[in-house]
Design a protein around this ligand. Structure first.
Ligand code: ADP
Length: 484
């Protein structure tokens, strides 16, 4: 059988540039797909940060017409873990990983999406690599399906939503830049002011299929009461058009499928992790975690106590205010709490304030892969009070390192944690519930037989990509079959 060729496109990918879970998935899913015979490749912008750190070989160049000008694109490429990566370079639009204002960011990614469509042609002409499926991720690449249609390139597209909060809503000028008439994209105007557009909404309408990163989140976002407007009309329409029709295939094709993310077991593996102080596995985790914890606590000037942690972006989504309230209510507590994260300055300030008040709290307000690995390995519990969580990787990583999650019962957290067996779930948004679960977890910790059993269950849980990569492969095959 012919090998399927899938081109991933997105804002970020580990190890080159990563700020959140999308970066992990862009690295690990294509790698898992390569492992099961899908020729998956990845395209991201060639940001300044990547250029500084990596010296990647130039492979070619081409031009695109954008905003009335001819723009040059350099193609740089190399293989990483058996996956070919392509970096598209343009000084004006693709150098900055965080363009300052919203309009600039929208223009930047409209440009990137156009560049990818031209790059698809380039791959066919120069490498005889003809793309079977384009796989855009999140709003940054959600204009690809529309641009492909406009160019009459009939390639099926799977749009994956990693976080519905970020939709790329703003000025319609982006369409002028792409030389797309308003009428060609009239769905844009639904649910947004007349002079604005919603890029993710456009992607949902034009993509062949839409997926998200856990089955529960897929259900949550298609509910009318889901609070992340103005996208709901697009999602609900998509859901309703599929429902109640006789043709089951049509139903399947319209609905948003949820496929749980996995984690890369080569990167997140306590038996061979080069970053952590002491390696361990399921047979010697007690001593392994104890040693890692000792070194971690010493390095942070903390005493030997049950240790809780948080790792993640400081965003409203992550519910750090809920954690702060729960800690205030529960104090005094005989624990350590280590918080690693960066982002929203107001959230950072409130975390610092809490850390000043309680000497057993450490706030590390930075992005550090190194510290993240050490925290996963050396903590006893990880607290995840997210208001919503499309999938969440930190609970999976933590469990792999024998660290028990205490998490909101939502989205991918619901799908990956079994309450009372390998972690704890509490009603989302409720600090009083979180406080109670922290106390309950501490009691379990003292009851060493129950605690050990939980750690083992957590470590045993399979979060490798094996199952999910197969589901993606099946979905691609279906899409190709329907298309041809
Ligand atoms: P999200 O995608 O919403 O950011 P996830 O839980 O899916 O959340 O993924 C977060 C990923 O980013 C994990 O790999 C986590 O280890 C990493 N991460 C987040 N913040 C930091 C940080 N400050 N330092 C190191 N790694 C971080």
């Amino acid at each position: 059988m012919k090998i399927m060729k899938v081109l991933f496109a997105g804002y970020e990918s580990a190890p080159y540039y990563k700020r959140g879970g999308l970066g992990d998935v862009m690295e690990s899913l294509p790698k898992a797909l390569q492992g099961i015979g899908v020729d998956a490749r990845v395209t991201i912008p060639y940001y300044r940060e990547i250029k500084k750190q990596y010296h990647i070989k130039k492979e070619g160049e081409f031009y695109v017409d954008f905003n009335g000008k001819k723009e040059h694109i350099g193609i740089y490429s190399e293989k990483y873990s058996n996956v070919p990566f392509y970096f598209l370079e343009n000084i004006r639009y693709l150098s900055l990983s965080r363009a300052k204002d919203k309009t600039k960011r929208m223009g930047q990614f409209a440009f990137f999406d156009l560049a990818i469509v031209e790059f698809i042609r380039w791959l066919g002409e120069h490498h005889k690599w003809r793309v079977d499926i384009v796989h855009p991720n999140d709003w940054h690449t959600a204009l690809i399906p529309l641009i492909l249609k406009k160019r009459k390139l009939e390639i099926p597209t799977l749009l994956t939503i990693h976080n519905l909060l970020y939709q790329g809503v703003g000025s319609l000028k982006v369409l002028d830049m792409l030389d797309i008439q308003d009428e060609e994209a009239k769905t844009l105007k639904r649910g947004v002011p007349a002079n604005e557009m919603n890029i993710l909404g456009e992607g949902i309408v034009h993509a062949t299929r839409v997926s998200t990163v856990s089955p529960t989140y897929a259900k949550e976002i298609a509910k009318a009461e889901h609070d992340h407007n103005p996208i709901s009309p697009f999602l609900i329409k998509r859901r309703d058009e599929g429902l109640g029709k006789d043709d089951p295939l049509r139903h399947e094709a319209r609905k948003i499928i949820g496929i749980l993310n996995g984690i890369d077991y080569d990167v997140w593996n306590p038996t061979k992790d080069e970053i952590i102080f002491h390696k361990f596995d399921i047979d010697n985790w007690e001593i392994g975690k104890k040693d890692n914890k000792e070194d971690l606590l010493r390095s942070l000037g903390l005493e030997d106590r049950p240790t809780f942690c948080f790792v993640g972006r400081m965003a409203v989504q992550k519910g750090l205010d809920i954690l702060i309230k729960a800690v205030e209510k529960a104090a005094p507590l005989d624990i350590n709490l280590i918080i690693l994260g960066s982002g929203d300055t107001r959230i950072q300030a409130s975390i610092l304030k809490m850390a000043e008040k309680f000497p057993w709290i450490r706030a590390e307000l930075l992005y550090s892969e190194d510290l993240a690995h050490k925290i996963y390995a050396g903590s006893d519990f990880i607290v995840i009070p997210s208001r919503y969580e499309p999938c969440g990787l930190i609970q999976m990583i933590a469990m792999r390192y024998g660290t028990i999650p205490i998490a909101s019962d939502t989205g991918g957290l619901h799908d990956s944690i079994s309450n009372g067996k390998n972690g704890f779930l509490f009603k989302k948004g409720k600090s009083a519930r979180l406080k109670r679960v922290i106390k309950h977890a501490l009691n379990i910790y003292k009851d060493s037989i129950r605690y050990k059993k939980m750690v083992q269950q957590a470590m045993k849980k399979d979060f490798s990509w094996d199952k999910s990569a197969k589901l993606y492969k099946k979905l691609y095959e279906e899409m190709i079959a329907v298309h041809s």
